[in-house]
Design a protein around this ligand. Sequence first.
Ligand code: PLP
Length: 394
Amino acid sequence: MISKKIKDVMISGSAIRAMFEEGKRLAQIHGKENVYDFSLGNPSVPAPKAVNDAIKQIAQDTDALALHGYMLNSGFESVRGIIADNLNSRFGTAFTFKNIIMTVGAAGGLNVALKSIINDGDEVIVFAPYFGEYNNYVANVGGKIVVVPPNPPTFQPDLSALKTLIGEHTKAVIVNSPNNPSGVIYGEDTLKELGAILKEQSKKKGEAIYLISDEPYRELVYGQNAVPFLTKYYDNTIIGYSYSKSLSLPGERIGYLAIPDEAEDSENLIAACSVATRILGFVNAPSLQQLVIGKCIDEKTDVSAYDKNRKLLYNALTQYGFECIEPQGAFYLFVKCPIEESEFIAKAKQYNILVVGGKSFACEGYFRISYCVSYDMIERSLPYFKKLAEETIK
Ligand code: PLP
């Protein structure tokens, strides 16, 4: 018989995946062109050509045993060095290869980081709205999630609420900016203040409270917006990066953790992450993809395609009367439900519009639109969003 814990996860399910499945079902009935599936954050811009070129070149030029064999759990030192240099040149940090641990995407990195610091019963604080999978990652290591309530309409982290929730069991705080699902970038002043709070509270506790920065959307930024680099404001920061969205490689499972020397117990923490990579069963991040990253470090995805989608959707929906904050990054629009959330989601589905309810992000009364889809699909969906607005906005 399967375990009770996994059974609970299966029952609570993933609303996002369920919507995606529903989209496929509806497409069979109504035809693909008549279904408007905004459920999944799967990049719609293909990986840069340089990625496929690098794969071919590496396969051709690298010794097969070296390419496909086991390696250090933290990954190729050469690739980690390239990543460290790239971060240093962009953010004025002082990383070497030792500060970088290659991971199986952001999900793998978060699990490794949490495995390395969480004792049974330790608390991990998150700011709603947040990526629902954090619940599973924290539960995987016997931690307890503590949620700071959402702070609309800006959706910046509510630091006064945070202060009341930090306690003796707090071990880590997770932030995600640009944010899934709100598209908001956390402001520099807010992050500085967050760093100061955590510094003070760590001192009080006599032990570091780690700040885990989940950054799969770091490069997906619009206009003049910039994403502050968190090790500048707080030493005990663990950066979790991923190439899933920045190079459109979600199926390849590649990312890294960056841990600065300034972090408390840094050497041990880095060594622990390496061991956690092994014992969680990843053993190491995919070797071919590591080498691809080494060659494609300066490659970028075409953010302008997402930006075009963002503008079309945001302008149209606000014109119809929907309330939402203009996304600054990532590829999500987080919209207020004019009526009760589940009723709205069901109504949208009647028009074959698939969106994910805010409940999945601990923020009931909203819905998320993933606009990493074709521009054409958005255009075709707009008349139905207009009808939804007419039917639900008083
Ligand atoms: N964190 C956030 C906020 C995400 O939105 C996602 C994926 O959508 C992940 C982590 C997982 O990303 P990865 O594919 O790199 O594991």
